[in-house]
Design a protein around this ligand. Structure first.
Ligand SMILES: [Zn+2]
Length: 358
């Protein structure tokens, strides 16, 4: 390349960066105005979704998804479900299309939750929203291959690991208290949504960069099997999930601080007393604030980092599976569904493969 070409190329890169920065600022101002108007994040994230669909970052409008429900054999009100989502396999191809960066633009081994990588990896079409929660700066990003109509990732601005810090001697990692508090308070900013944290080896696809996920339910009435599972009440806040393929605990009530404190105390105690014997313990943690903002629920499902997969299913077991909806993507799995080879028991067995006792 001669010097003129290099200069022209550098000029183009600068122009692209400036343009991306300006668009980011403009879009964030629009979302901030919506958040101020609504008093929550719902309008802002809908706006981001529309923007990311228009820009072509969100690749899948879920048009090919088929949902199946399998009733509980003894209780018609309960069920487990399957989402057949054939487009989702394409998510692994996204980074292949990224334009190589200028020297020095790639950081943290091309981590795809680091904002400065995101600009070049996605050719300037992926945008996020800057939010602050408990004095931590996050970016809200859209999932390019969503599992629900609006599926977002809330990642720290800093590149810090997903794993929690239980012994509190590892600065730069989140404590259980921070994780549960963040999730619960973010769920209050997105009432009606389902929020979750996938611990290391428990369905997380980016273990090196801390993030939560939230999604909008397919309808306001939609309730997931985990939420329908019977629970044995310890008292009016804490309960233990019963007759469900995985074990879990729930804390709920109208006063978020009380619910958060009880959940933090119980989870920390549970982990501290067991981690010595089972150092590979992990978890899925969920938070949902009702659509009217009046009631908070937090769920904790213990996991093991070495049990991320079921031998009876192709993909990794993540939060949607724990909520009671398997995500199947392969043609063989579709064939099993069409042949009537899948029922409540079969799904329960797949989830049972990753069950960790309380
Ligand atoms: Zn990162």
């Amino acid at each position: 390349m001669n010097m003129h070409k290099i200069d022209a190329n550098m000029h183009q890169i600068d122009t692209d960066k400036r343009r991306y920065h300006n668009s980011w600022t403009e879009l964030n101002a629009e979302m901030r105005a919506l958040e101020t108007r609504d008093g929550n994040l719902l309008g802002a994230v809908e706006h981001l979704r529309e923007h990311q669909l228009e820009r072509g970052f969100i690749r899948d409008n879920l048009g090919a998804v088929q949902c199946y429900r399998f009733p509980h054999p003894d209780d018609a009100a309960r069920f487990l479900s399957v989402q057949y989502n054939p487009e989702r396999v394409n998510r692994l191809k996204i980074r292949v299309n990224a334009i190589p960066p200028e020297r020095g633009d790639a950081i943290n081994n091309d981590c795809f939750l680091c904002a400065s990588n995101i600009q070049w990896q996605h050719r300037g079409i992926e945008f996020g929203y800057d939010v602050e929660q408990d004095n931590t700066h996050f970016h809200v990003w859209m999932n390019a291959y969503p599992l629900m109509p609006l599926h977002l990732v809330i990642a720290t601005c800093d590149h810090i690991p997903q794993a929690w810090n239980l012994d509190e001697t590892a600065p730069g990692q989140f404590t259980i208290r921070q994780i549960i508090t963040n999730l619960a308070e973010l769920s209050a900013r997105m009432p009606g949504y389902v929020g979750f944290y996938n611990g290391e080896g428990a369905g997380t696809s980016v273990p090196k960069h801390f993030h939560y996920q939230f999604f909008r339910r397919r309808s306001v009435e939609e309730i997931f099997p985990l939420e329908l599972a019977p629970a044995h009440a310890i008292d009016d806040i804490e309960s233990v999930i019963e007759d469900y393929p995985v074990e879990g605990m729930c804390w709920q009530g109208g006063d978020p601080d009380t619910v958060i404190n009880r959940a933090v105390e119980s989870v920390e105690h549970w982990l501290r007393t067991r981690i010595g014997l089972r150092p590979t313990l992990s978890a899925n943690i969920f938070a949902m604030t009702d659509a009217d903002g009046s009631h908070l629920r937090i769920y904790f499902v213990p996991r093991d980092k070495d049990l991320g997969h079921s031998p009876h299913m192709a993909g990794m077991i993540g939060s949607l599976e724990i909520l009671g909806e398997l995500v199947l993507t392969t043609e063989t799995e579709k064939h099993d569904l069409d042949r009537g080879d899948v029922d409540y028991q079969k799904i329960a067995r797949i989830l049972g493969d990753i069950r960790v006792p309380l």
